[in-house]
Unconditional design. Structure first.
Length: 252
């Protein structure tokens, strides 16, 4: 029970890595609040472990602040935050519109920024420690050409993770990030079908190209998120950890 008695807020907790993180945190004893845009799905996930769902579109800063206020009003505090909400729609340097660019910045960078701002303000106000985990992406180092606005936003989130961790280490607030790789989620399935014309066998085709023969499992990523939220991860802060089967920088 690594998170026994903790209050954990998970953005993007209605599906994918966020939902897996919410379930894992609950299994480890936390009271979990799930946020996301899809009420029906969010309530369904929260009901699995007796948690709470709070509607929130992270692209809307007033909604972000209202969500944190709602958690504090009900539970008295926030001990942990998981920034798992994400947008993966495609765009290259040449075809990305200002609207698509702004959408990526709003969801993948601005939303996490202001969620951290509100949660850290609560922790500092109470003078209590806390932990934050940002779900980033190994693509933030460059990525594929069709990920230009996504890479720009995720690279910003990686830098923000380290900046915020340094700024608040004296407050005993640990902030870390995970650079996750290609992961088998419902959102990735939708992306592959919408933007790449993938068929029902796209997972099998992808697995054949990957070193370990499969995509990453969101439940495995959730275990690492829980570890980083918990005291078991010790004094670690400001780390952006590779969580992928690719070895960055290595090549034949």
């Amino acid at each position: 029970m690594m998170l026994a008695g903790k209050i954990v807020l998970v953005s993007g907790g209605t599906s994918g890595v966020g939902a897996s993180a919410a379930r894992a945190a609950a299994r480890e004893g936390a009271s979990v609040v799930v946020t996301g845009r899809r009420r029906e799905q969010g309530e369904k996930v929260a009901a699995e472990f007796g948690g709470r769902y709070v509607p929130c579109d992270v692209a809307d800063v007033p909604q972000v602040r209202a969500a944190v206020d709602a958690v504090v009003a009900e539970f008295g505090r926030v001990d942990g935050l998981v920034n798992a909400a994400g947008l993966t729609s495609r765009g290259t340097l040449l075809n990305t519109t200002p609207e698509l660019f702004d959408a990526h910045m709003a969801v993948n960078l601005r939303g996490p920024f202001f969620l951290m701002q509100a949660v850290v303000a609560d922790m500092v106000r109470r003078g209590e420690p806390g932990a934050i985990v940002n779900v980033i992406s190994e693509a933030r180092r460059g990525g594929a050409p069709v990920l230009a606005p996504y890479v720009a936003a995720k690279a910003g989130l990686a830098g923000l993770t380290r900046n915020a961790a340094y700024a608040h280490r004296g407050d005993r607030i640990r902030i870390n990030g995970l650079d996750i790789g290609w992961t088998d989620t419902a959102g990735e399935d939708a992306t592959q079908r919408e933007f790449h014309g993938a068929g029902d066998d796209w997972r099998e085709q992808a697995a054949e190209k990957l070193p370990l023969g499969r995509l990453a499992d969101p439940d495995e990523i959730a275990d690492m998120i829980v570890f980083l939220l918990s005291a078991r991860s010790g004094v670690v802060t400001g780390s952006v950890l590779d969580w992928d089967q690719a070895v960055v920088g290595a090549h034949d």
